[in-house]
Design a protein around this ligand. Structure first.
Ligand SMILES: C[S@@+](CC[C@H](N)C(=O)[O-])C[C@H]1O[C@@H](n2cnc3c(N)ncnc32)[C@H](O)[C@@H]1O
Length: 431
């Protein structure tokens, strides 16, 4: 496909996403099924155009004065990809499969349109209803932070030190030009192609042999900050596909008893294959029996040294990776996540032995899901649980970069170059 034909496809898909209010991944998949002639390079380039369009949906529409797929794509090429009017015009040339030529009005918008008078939710491309929460966190740095959240995420991997050192993984992946991640001592960052596509790591022999995992540096740092130690009993209460369980097993050299579970058996399912690959020793407890299921952790109540709660959240910290999610976020989903967070925190607290540690993690930037969730647990525990400072010593350089909040620490793309992770540490009162 020509670059212009890819743009026509991206416009069609953006219109489909808006008209049917459907997830971008579904719209891209359907387009691919209906256009089987498009090769993998075409699909990747089209997906990249669509996701960049979603990253700049509000600001591009503001500059172009319209909210159509076409206007968003044109505005994005200017704002996100920095193309000059002439280059955009050469792509919109009206040839076969290309979008129709730029109109006079569109040319004028490209020359004169500006974000100077745009409100922050438009200039920063964020849903308006979370703006006051984000301002509470970021203050004057709001726009700078939102802009960083609108850029593409890097591709990070974590060396699985149960099998290979970071240096050894860097050596075998040398042709992909990996660089050490700035903060995590376990991570490598791989450059992306111009279309935003990374190398096909899932089929790399080193990956298949468990030498590394694909994991954002922020998630690696959250695992390091969990403070897991050999000999401890550790519960990963919201283990999902096991990203952090695997990291904890590697960090303790397989010398801790790690119990992983998740309320959703489907989310947990991939962990088995990942454990086989990585050589990590983790006890997986899968809830069974639908709604009437029994508590798979009941025998551990009051005995656990450390509980990691990688809580369900709105994922506002991962907008770089998933720009679609920001426009799909609704007040109702935020309140739903807040209720779930209270539930998992209460469950985690019951697991702790006296003097045990609870590490609360989200990939959200909203104080309602972070400090306020911790405050809620402290209140409900009536003094049985206390907040302590998170020890940042395991990540040299982190202390100078993170934002400290009243109960924890906050990472963000602008501050730490990672996804927006929040980490707080709590302890249960000693007997
Ligand atoms: C952020 S994801 C976990 C990601 C995972 N820890 C990782 O590193 O790959 C949050 C998980 O919490 C789970 N969850 C939601 N409510 C829960 C509950 N009450 N108890 C346990 N897990 C829950 C969700 O199913 C989801 O898999």
């Amino acid at each position: 496909m020509t670059p212009s034909a890819r743009i026509s496809a991206a416009i069609e898909i953006l219109d489909d996403i808006a008209a049917r209010r459907r997830p971008a991944a579904d719209a891209l998949k359907d387009w691919g099924l209906a256009h089987r002639y498009a090769g993998s390079g075409d699909r990747a380039a089209i997906a990249s155009l669509v996701y960049d369009g979603l990253r700049r949906r509000a600001s591009a529409a503001w500059v172009m004065g319209e909210e159509t797929g076409r206007a968003i794509l044109i505005g994005m090429l200017r704002l996100q990809r920095g193309l000059a009017e002439a280059s955009i015009a050469s792509l919109f040339d009206g040839a076969r499969f290309a979008p129709p030529p730029l109109t006079e009005g569109e040319r004028r918008r490209l020359q004169e349109g500006s974000l100077a008078d745009a409100p922050p939710e438009v200039a920063g491309d964020a849903p308006a209803f979370v703006l006051s929460s984000l301002t509470e966190l970021f203050g004057d740095a709001l726009l700078h932070e939102l802009r960083a959240l609108g850029r593409r995420a890097p591709l990070d991997i974590r060396a699985n030190t149960l099998k290979q050192s970071r240096e050894a993984v860097a050596d075998v992946l040398a042709d992909l030009s990996p660089e050490p991640t700035p903060l995590s001592a376990l991570g490598l960052r791989l450059p992306l192609g111009e279309d935003g596509r990374g190398p096909a790591l899932h089929v790399d022999p080193v990956f298949l042999d468990g030498g590394f995992e694909i994991q954002d540096e922020g998630s690696q740092i959250a695992s390091l900050l969990a403070g897991a130690k050999a000999g401890e009993t550790i519960v990963d209460l919201c283990a999902g596909g096991g990203g952090k369980s695997l990291a904890l097993a590697a960090l303790t050299g397989n010398e801790a008893r790690i119990v992983a579970t998740d309320a959703d058996p489907r989310r947990l399912a991939p962990i088995h294959e990942r454990l086989r690959r990585s050589g990590a020793t983790v006890e997986v407890r899968t809830p069974r029996g639908g709604k009437a299921r029994t508590d798979v952790l009941a025998d551990l109540d009051g005995t656990v040294d450390r509980v990691l709660v990688d809580a369900p959240c709105t994922g506002t910290g991962t907008w770089r990776r998933n720009p679609d999610a920001k426009w799909r976020l609704r007040p109702g989903s935020l309140s739903g996540r807040i209720a779930e967070q209270a539930e998992v925190l209460d469950r985690a607290a019951r697991l702790l032995r006296p003097g045990g540690t609870l590490v609360y993690v989200t990939c959200s930037l909203l104080p309602e899901e972070n400090d306020a969730a911790v405050d809620g647990l402290l209140r409900r525990s009536q003094g049985a649980i206390q907040a302590v400072a998170t020890d940042l010593g395991s990540v040299p350089g982190l202390a100078d970069k993170v934002r400290r909040t009243s109960r924890g620490i906050q990472m963000s793309p602008a501050l730490t170059g990672t996804d927006g992770f929040y980490v707080a540490t709590l302890t249960s009162k000693s007997a």
